[in-house]
Structures are given as structure tokens and as C-alpha cells.
Design a protein around this ligand. Structure first.
Ligand code: IPD
Ligand code: CA
Length: 275
């Protein structure tokens, strides 16, 4: 059958670019900051406005009621976060809101599309760097139209690993997060990093700049687009317990290969997160 989602893929790239331009312009003005689940879980009017622009553009293009949406800010306002078999857009309008607020230069628009719960394509626009990452199932991963590939490092001692702290600062969780990082650092690895956006972190795995990124506490909108990009760049996605990735489980390991993924998983101290 013809690649029936190609038009949607191309349109998603256009929409992500338009959203990124809005974010760049908004960053030049004063940013009013609000909070969501905790005092460090930030949101701005830009997050909300850009999500409306994205969902509005997709609805205008594909027609009212034809597609479902899971958008971070719509879910924050009470919309359900349930992935069904219907064609569904999974959207993070501003991934890296804390970076956006502070002027730390990594902020991404993340747009993924799933059908029958399978991801068809993902687009991540790292808008301050002007890097457009995209991948369509079975068709490779690209950054600004250049094909990208994960690194071929298999020796964990020669790796750089990314993790993040997320927005839950409960002492038990922070202790486990730092204990995991300490154990990985002391393997030893070449370094630990974190860009402050899960979507960008996954693209860094996809380009081979780092070997792996893992996090407990992320949401489907942080990782859905990046998941296609990592996979199409030759990488691997797993749950933090070594099983298959469940997009809705709020935990993930993405890596260049299974050897690196499994070595990291050995060190991860798992803790529960809410749904
Ligand atoms: C956050 C970023 C961050 C990750 C958090 C996410 P947001 O997304 O992706 O890197 O550590 O778990 O919530 O809130 O900036 O869209
Ligand atoms: Ca966000």
C-alpha cells in the first residue's frame, strides 16, 4: 500500500517549524511563569498558545474529529491521556520549558503520530539551534535533511550517558536518581550530560553524540517523537527493567545498541511514578 501518512508527516514538519518560530519570538519578550504539579514544574502562556496553534493547524488540515490528540497542556487542563487505536497526535509544544524560562538554549517542539498504538513518525524541532529532526517508520532518521545514525560504541567505558532529574523532588526519588547516576559515572563512563529536554536528548542519541538517555518520570509527549527518531537511526528503546518500551509507562531507556542499554539498566534504581 502507498505510504498513506506521508502527507501527515510532511505537514507535521511544517507545523513544528511554525511552532518553533513562535517559541523563538516569545523568548524575546517577557515570559510569565506559572507552575503545574510542583513548584519546579513550570508552564508559560507560550506552552499553552503553541499547543493550540499545533492542534488547530492539524485539525484544519485533516478535519475535525478525524484524529485524536494527546497534548501536554490539554492533559494538564483535564483532557484524557489515553492512547487508543485511532490515529493520534502526541504533542509537546515546548519540551524544555525550564530552559525556555531561563534562556538555556535547548528547547524543542515534539510531534509524533501513532496509528493502532504504533508510532508512524516523529518530528522534533530544536528551535533555538534550528535543527529539524524527523523520522518516518522504515524510512530513516534525519537532521536538517541529512541522514543520522547512532554511534557504534559498544564499550560502556567509552560512552556518554544522559539522564535528567525531572520535576519530582521527593527525597526518596532524588536519592535513587542520584545513586543511579553515581553508579553509572563510576563504571566509569566518559561523562554524564543532560540538555533539559527529553526530546532533544533522544535526538542526541540518534546522532551518535551520546550513547544513551534514560529517565523515570517522563511522559509520552516527551519521548514519542524521539522514539521513532532513535529507532530509525538504528538505536534501541527499552523499559528501565529491560522489557519492551511502553510509551505510556513514564519510563524509558534509549540507546545506540542493546549492549549499552543493558549495561545501564543493571545500574538503574527503579522507583514508582504516578500515571
Ligand atoms: C521535561 C523535559 C525534561 C525532563 C522532564 C520533562 P517539559 O519536559 O523533557 O528534560 O526531565 O521529565 O517533563 O516539562 O519541559 O515539557
Ligand atoms: Ca512541555
Amino acid at each position: 500500500m502507498e505510504d498513506q501518512w506521508q502527507r501527515a508527516y510532511d505537514f507535521a514538519v511544517e507545523v513544528a517549524r511554525k511552532a518553533g518560530e513562535e517559541i523563538r519570538k516569545a523568548g524575546e519578550r517577557e515570559i510569565r511563569v506559572m507552575t503545574k504539579s510542583s513548584t519546579v514544574d513550570l508552564v508559560t502562556k507560550t506552552d499553552e498558545r503553541v499547543e493550540k496553534i499545533i492542534i488547530g493547524s492539524l485539525t484544519d488540515e485533516f478535519g475535525e474529529g478525524t484524529h485524536c490528540f494527546i497534548g501536554e497542556e490539554s492533559v494538564a487542563k483535564g483532557e484524557p491521556c489515553i492512547l487508543t487505536d485511532k490515529p493520534t497526535w502526541i504533542i509537546d509544544p515546548v519540551d524544555g520549558t525550564t530552559n525556555f524560562v531561563h534562556g538555556f538554549p535547548f528547547v524543542a517542539v515534539s510531534i509524533a503520530f501513532a496509528v493502532n498504538k504504533q508510532l508512524e513518525f516523529g518530528v522534533v524541532y530544536s528551535c533555538l539551534e534550528d535543527k529539524m529532526y524527523k523520522a518516518r517508520k522504515g524510512k530513516g532518521a534525519f537532521c536538517n535533511d541529512q541522514q543520522i545514525q547512532v554511534s557504534d560504541v559498544k564499550d560502556i567505558h567509552k560512552s556518554i550517558i544522559i539522564s535528567e532529574h525531572g520535576t519530582d523532588r521527593s527525597p526518596e526519588k532524588v536519592t535513587k536518581t542520584f545513586s543511579t547516576m553515581q553508579k553509572i559515572l563510576c563504571i566509569p563512563v566518559h561523562g554524564l550530560r543532560g540538555s533539559g529536554t527529553a526530546a532533544t536528548n533522544m535526538c542526541l542519541v540518534a546522532t551518535g553524540a551520546v550513547e544513551a538517555f534514560f529517565e523515570i518520570g517522563i511522559h509520552c509527549w516527551d519521548i514519542a517523537a524521539g522514539a521513532v527518531i532513535v529507532q530509525e537511526a538504528g538505536g534501541i528503546l527499552l523499559d528501565v527493567d529491560g522489557g519492551p518500551l511502553d510509551l505510556m509507562s513514564r519510563r524509558m531507556v534509549s540507546a545506540n545498541n542493546e549492549t549499552i542499554a543493558k549495561r545501564i539498566i543493571k545500574e538503574i534504581e527503579i522507583f514508582p511514578v504516578g500515571s
